[in-house]
Design a protein around this ligand. Sequence first.
Ligand SMILES: [Zn+2]
Length: 71
Amino acid sequence: MKCPICNRDMKEGVVQSGRTIFFTTEPHTFFFLPNDIMSEDVTLSQHNWTRPTCKAYHCEKCRKVIIDYDA
Ligand SMILES: [Zn+2]
């Protein structure tokens, strides 16, 4: 994948966490799981019961990570 900012090749890898990885517009302060029903939270990771993982691409120059979800 090419970086959308500098157009250089991005390094393919994964983002991992010990818990489900999600995007939210309203940062959670207590319950750190996505609220898929009552909000616009988007679950990004798969294998959430064993090894929450997202396929991702990294540009070191721009310090950006692009995450593919449902991938
Ligand atoms: Zn870049």
